[in-house]
Design a protein. Structure first.
Length: 252
C-alpha cells in the first residue's frame, strides 16, 4: 500500500478477505490504527479506532503484541524478505511500486516452494464473507452526527442538506452515520439506508494535522535546478570560468 493509513489497511484487508475469507483474528503491533493509545481519546465513544470498528463489524478480533519479540515469527520473516526480496528486485531492475507488486506473485510462489512448512493441522479457520458484510460500507471512515431541525448535517467543514419525502419533523435530531471512502465520496446512512442529500455549504478548508508516516508520503523531494539554470552560474562566466576578482556577479 502507498502509505500506512486507515484506508491503506482497509485496501489490504479487502484483498485478503476476498481471497481467503475472514480470519478469526489479526495479530498486530500497537500502532494507533489498530488500538486507541490515548487515555482520553477524542472523536470516539466506542473506545475503538476506525479500523477496530470495521474489524468488529466483520467479527475479526485484533490482538496487539506487547513487544516486537512477541511477534518473532513475522519479524524473522520480515528480516528475510527485506534482504532476499530487495536483492531479487535489484537483479530484475525493478525500482517502482507497480512493477514490484506485479512481481510479488512470482516471488511468493518461488519462496513458498523453497521454505514452506506443512502446518500441524489442515483445518482452515477462515470464514466466508456473509451477504451482510458490505465491505463498501464497513471499510469507510464513519462518524455519527445528529440532523438539525432543518435536516442538515456538518462533516469536514461541509454542510449537507438531506432531501427526503418524509415530513421534516420525522427526521429532526435523528442519528445518522456519515461514511467517507478512500476516494472522498460521502454517504449518509439512517438506519443502515442511504439518504439523498445536496451540498448546502462548503467552508474553506482548514489546516489539518497529519501523522509523520502520512506526511512523509505526501512530501515530495525538493526541486533541484537544472545544470543550465542561472543559479548555477552565480559567480561564473557563461562559459563556466570563475569571474575575475572584484567583477560584479552576472557581468561578462
Amino acid at each position: 500500500m502507498p502509505s500506512e493509513t486507515f484506508f491503506g489497511y482497509c485496501e489490504a484487508t479487502r484483498h485478503y478477505v476476498e481471497c481467503y475469507g475472514k480470519p478469526v483474528a489479526f495479530y498486530s503491533d500497537k500502532h494507533g490504527i489498530f488500538r486507541v493509545n490515548q487515555e482520553r481519546p477524542m472523536g470516539t465513544t466506542s473506545g475503538l479506532t476506525q479500523f477496530g470498528r470495521a474489524m468488529d463489524e466483520l467479527d475479526i478480533q485484533i490482538i496487539c503484541a506487547n513487544s516486537p519479540q512477541a511477534k518473532g515469527r513475522i519479524e524473522r520473516a520480515n528480516q528475510t524478505l527485506q534482504d532476499r526480496l530487495v536483492k531479487e528486485l535489484r537483479l530484475r531492475g525493478i525500482s517502482d511500486m507497480q512493477a514490484g507488486n506485479a512481481y510479488l506473485s512470482e516471488f511468493r510462489a518461488d519462496f513458498n516452494q523453497r521454505f514452506a512448512v506443512a502446518p500441524g493441522s489442515i483445518h482452515d479457520a477462515h470464514r466466508p464473507l456473509l451477504k451482510t458484510d458490505q465491505l463498501d460500507v464497513i471499510l469507510t471512515h464513519q462518524e455519527t452526527r445528529s440532523l438539525s431541525k432543518n435536516l442538515t448535517v456538518q462533516y469536514q467543514h461541509v454542510v449537507y442538506q438531506i432531501q427526503s419525502n418524509r415530513p421534516d419533523y420525522a427526521l429532526r435530531n435523528a442519528k445518522v452515520t456519515v461514511c467517507e471512502n478512500a476516494q472522498g465520496e460521502v454517504t449518509i446512512l439512517y438506519k443502515n439506508k442511504p439518504l439523498p442529500y445536496t451540498v448546502y455549504h462548503k467552508a474553506p478548508r482548514q489546516a489539518e494535522v497529519a501523522d509523520s508516516k502520512t506526511l512523509d508520503h505526501q512530501i515530495k523531494s525538493p526541486w533541484k535546478p537544472p545544470t543550465d539554470h542561472p543559479w548555477r552560474r552565480y559567480g561564473k562566466h557563461l562559459d563556466g570560468q570563475p569571474l575575475p576578482e572584484g567583477t560584479p556577479n552576472g557581468a561578462d
